[in-house]
Design a binder for this molecule. Structure first.
Ligand code: HEM
Length: 486
């Protein structure tokens, strides 16, 4: 028996050794960095702090390199001027395979017969035009109602809170109400959906990397189970006139013959995709404003000057837009991943050509380039609210690197087939939220010298980052508003 075990062990080790030594860099392939641990390669560094690890690799190898990560070879591309051309080739680079793996790992969801192209057309249609305007005003009303219920007895007395929870809970609940719009609109249940969602969301990056401990797996699994119960498809079909996003989405799943249990799981995926970014983005935006007095003053003056206009006429806000872009430049960090289905030649902006090998994975990380590239942005780690403004106050969208015009100065919304379809809605929700907070409430830091918390390093690759820590705030309804409104 012992001999058999030894033989199996030798077999496994030889296979790992063979795997690690077999791969050689071929002519025209990107620099190869296998790391020092057989098979695992760079998995631990990648999982611990992807931004730091990829920056080190960029400094060592340049804008393209291939690393070994837990038995997979991943080519990382950081030349932002060729992202569009590379992602346009959907024949050689597949989005489906890896996203199916993640859906299964995170949401226990398998959508085999599902057609992502027709779903994408539906989503794009839903979040634009008249439907977008309707969503924006519904979001505004829901935010207003939620804010009125935060401190109903003494709205003009100071109330303390933590900024991250304050922003995430308000935007989540308002967003859930707006997009899911169930007949079962009961505020205790909204709170439960939010709390279960947060328990699940905290562990989500570890589920994706399969690095969650046993206790974390238990928490994630119980939160997921409860959310499946709370997201009951029947509630979303009880006769509202205008179709909510969730009704539209469920209709699509039904047309594809997807069963009820899978529908629930897919709804949780949709809940996460539509709600996981706006709350954290609102936290960073308000946090940066509260800790940068000059920025707060400029944004406040701009938004207050528009107050007398109807909501839909308040679009011209270059200062707010610049502060939001700057926030997302610093904190939006999605990884765009594709599977290489056949050998593919790609050309960098230097003119140098490289071959991506069939069977490898490609990753694009706009957070490192263009967003944090010091050759594109001066002092990239600093929040400068006017970075996206020209000296005449108009929107700045031209950025250069070594004399070359960049296609993008920032890419928080992804690109091509990974471009966020909810981006206009997200901007509108964030603007209305900040407008409401700054014009109707007094909001300040409890400690006026407080600094922004660092980011949670676990979350690189999963959209807008979250803080490791929080900011204590206090807020109250402005007296004037209270007299007029209540
Ligand atoms: C600051 C807020 C947001 C940011 C930075 C953001 C960013 C992104 C990015 C980068 C992706 C592509 C992810 C990938 O393919 O790997 C994405 C996808 C998506 N986003 Fe957003 N998003 C935000 C808010 C929203 C909101 C509020 C909605 C809902 C209305 C939304 C709806 C979606 C959907 C449905 C997808 C999936 C599209 C698909 O699978 O084809 N997003 N988002």
């Amino acid at each position: 028996m012992a001999w058999a075990l030894v033989l199996v062990l030798i077999g496994v080790l030889s296979a790992v050794f063979l795997f690690c030594t077999r791969r050689k860099r071929q002519r025209n392939e990107p620099p190869l960095d296998k790391g020092s641990v057989p098979w695992l390669g760079h998995a631990l560094e990648f999982g611990k702090d992807a931004a730091k690890f990829l920056l080190q690799m960029k400094e060592k190898h340049g804008d393209i390199f291939t690393v070994c990560v837990a038995g997979r070879y991943v080519t990382v591309l950081l030349d932002s001027n060729c992202y569009d051309a590379v992602l346009a080739d959907t024949q050689s680079l597949s989005l489906t395979h890896y996203s199916q793996i993640l859906m299964d790992r995170i949401f226990n969801l398998q959508l085999f017969n599902h057609d992502p192209v027709s779903e994408r057309i539906r989503v794009d249609q839903y979040f634009k035009g008249s439907s977008l305007s309707r969503l924006c005003s519904s979001m505004q009303n829901n935010l207003q109602l939620l804010m009125a219920s935060v401190n109903p007895q003494n709205p003009t007395e100071w109330k303390k809170d933590r900024l991250f929870d304050f922003c995430y809970s308000l935007l989540f609940k308002a967003g859930y109400h707006t997009l899911f719009s169930t007949e079962n609109n009961n505020s205790a249940e909204f709170t439960e959906v939010y709390e279960e969602f947060r328990r699940f969301d905290k562990i989500l990056p570890k589920l994706a990397r399969r690095s969650a401990h046993r206790d974390e797996l238990k928490i994630a699994s119980s939160a997921r189970k409860r959310l499946w119960e709370l997201l009951c498809p029947d509630w979303f079909f009880t006769g509202t006139v205008a179709q909510s996003w969730m009704q539209t989405y469920l209709q699509h799943l039904k047309e594809q013959g997807i069963d009820r249990q899978t529908q629930r799981r897919a709804m949780l995926l949709q809940l996460w995709v539509t709600q996981c970014n706006a709350g954290p983005a609102a936290f960073w935006l308000l946090g940066f404003l509260l800790t940068h007095a000059e920025a707060l003053k400029a944004v406040k003056e701009e938004l207050c000057s528009l107050q007398h206009l109807p909501l839909d006429k308040r679009e011209d806000t270059p200062i707010f837009n610049s502060a939001l872009k700057e926030t997302l430049r610093l904190r939006a960090a999605a990884l765009i991943t594709r599977d290489v289905m056949q050998d593919k030649m790609i050309k960098l902006s230097s003119g140098q050509e490289y071959v991506l090998r069939h069977g490898d994975r490609l990753c694009i990380f706009p957070f490192l380039s263009p967003q944090m590239d010091p050759q594109i942005h001066y002092e990239p780690e600093k929040f400068k609210f006017d970075r996206f403004l020209n000296s005449d106050g108009t929107e700045k969208n031209k950025f250069c690197k070594e004399g070359l015009l960049m296609n993008y100065g920032t890419m928080p919304w992804g690109a091509r087939s990974s471009l966020c379809p909810g981006r206009h809605f997200a901007v509108c929700a964030l603007k209305r939220f900040v407008l409401m907070i700054l014009t109707q409430f007094d909001l300040e830091l409890c400690d006026c010298n407080a600094r922004m918390p660092p980011v949670d390093l676990n979350r690189y690759g999963f959209g807008v980052l979250q803080p490791d820590g929080d900011l204590e705030i206090r807020f109250k309804l402005k007296k004037k508003i209270h007299n007029v409104k209540l």
